[in-house]
Every structure is written in C-alpha cells, then in structure tokens.
Design a protein around this ligand. Structure first.
Ligand code: SF4
Ligand code: SF4
Length: 202
C-alpha cells in the first residue's frame, strides 16, 4: 500500500522544527489576523456614499435595479415612494448616478461638465478614475472628464455634450470594472438595451 503525503504539510512540519509550540501558535494566530485585516482593508468600501435628493426622485426604480450592492430600496416616505439609500451598503461606486435621468443623485467625485457652446473640442472623453495614466495625441483638442465609474455617465449629459461641445465622444474604461457592473451597464445603455436609454442619434 502506498501512503501519500500532501506537500503543504511540509511547511507546518518545518515551522514545528524551527519554533516551539507556543511560537507556532503565535505565528498561526498572527498570520490569521494579518490576513483578515488585509481583506477588510482591501474591500470595496473606499468612497463616501452618494446623496439622493428625494425631492427630485420620481420613483422610477432604475437606481435600485442598477445598484450592484443592493443599497437602494424603494420605500414609502411621507406618503410617496422614494429611493432610500442604505448608508451601510453603499460603496460610493456612483453607478446609480448614471441610472437617474432626474439628476437626483450626486457624489463629490463626480465632475462638473462644461456644456457651454464656447467649449468646443474635437472629442470629449469620459475616463474611469481607475483607468491607467494616459495621453492623447497633441493635435487632438480633447476635453477629458474623469468620472468615478463609467456607469455614472448619464445618457442625457452625453446628448447635451454632443449637441453643444463635440461631435465625438469616447469612453475609457477598465477591462474588469472595479465595481463589477459599471462598464456593463454603460455599454448596455449605449446599445439601448437598458434604461435610461441613450438617444438613437448616438
Ligand atoms: S433613478 Fe432617480 S428618479 Fe429613479 S428612483 Fe432612483 S433616485 Fe428616484
Ligand atoms: S453609489 Fe453604488 S453602491 Fe451606492 S447606491 Fe449608488 S450604485 Fe449602490
């Protein structure tokens, strides 16, 4: 009969050879604490929550469908259905901002767009704040807006920029969305598969 020996036990036996039982317990518990702290510190809760202006909310439900963290519930408030935010669950991804055609949701990291017609450029670029450092060709006159997540770009705003500022727009986003669904929702809205839909002109 062959007795097999799993390789990962070698590590434990080697430590037992080097250190006393008490020291081994300290190493075991210490590495557990380091691992748990790392997981807690590296989770996605790294931004402050969004703010929802309930006076502007018309209870369309879209933000509650789109939030990847189930942080918005449609509940009764002062006799009306409203989008109510759970501060504990919200990670500040801002994806819900792109869901809201009423501009009811805001976040301090969201840029101010310049819709002035005097601000004409060759191209307007929306780049995800997690997208790596990049440069544009010098001959191209570009207005770049760094957005907290591509999912936060509103269809209405893109239309306004196309009407006033530039005929071309571009989105720069990461291969894997840091907040899971931002890129997917942005693409689906562009393709008119998910509300709020982008204009047919885009
Ligand atoms: S997307 Fe805007 S209008 Fe619709 S429920 Fe959410 S906050 Fe209200
Ligand atoms: S910011 Fe992100 S996590 Fe917070 S409510 Fe909006 S979609 Fe949900």
């Amino acid at each position: 009969m062959n007795t097999t020996f799993d390789w990962y036990y070698f590590f434990g036996y080697y430590l037992m050879k080097l250190f006393s039982i008490n020291q081994n317990w300290i190493i075991l518990i210490g590495s557990g604490v380091v691992l748990v702290s790392f997981l807690l510190l590296s989770n996605e809760k790294n931004r402050e929550p969004v703010f929802i202006d309930l006076d502007k909310c018309d209870a369309c439900n879209l933000c509650s469908y789109d939030c990847p963290y189930e942080a918005i519930d449609m509940l009764m408030k002062d006799g009306k259905r409203k989008a109510i935010l759970s501060l504990e669950k919200c990670v500040g991804c801002t994806i819900c901002i792109g869901s809201c055609d009423e501009h009811a949701i805001s976040h301090p990291l969201f840029p101010q767009y310049n819709f002035e017609q005097s601000n004409k450029v060759d191209m307007t670029v929306f780049s995800c704040s997690y997208f790596p450092q990049h440069e544009f060709p010098r001959e191209l006159n570009v207005q770049e807006y760094k957005v907290p997540c591509l999912g936060s770009v509103m269809a209405k705003d893109v239309q306004k920029i196309l009407d006033n500022n530039s005929e071309k727009i571009a989105f720069l986003g990461c291969e894997d969305c840091y907040y899971r669904l931002g890129k997917t929702w942005a693409i689906n809205r562009f393709l008119r598969k998910r509300a709020p839909l982008f204009s047919k002109k885009i």
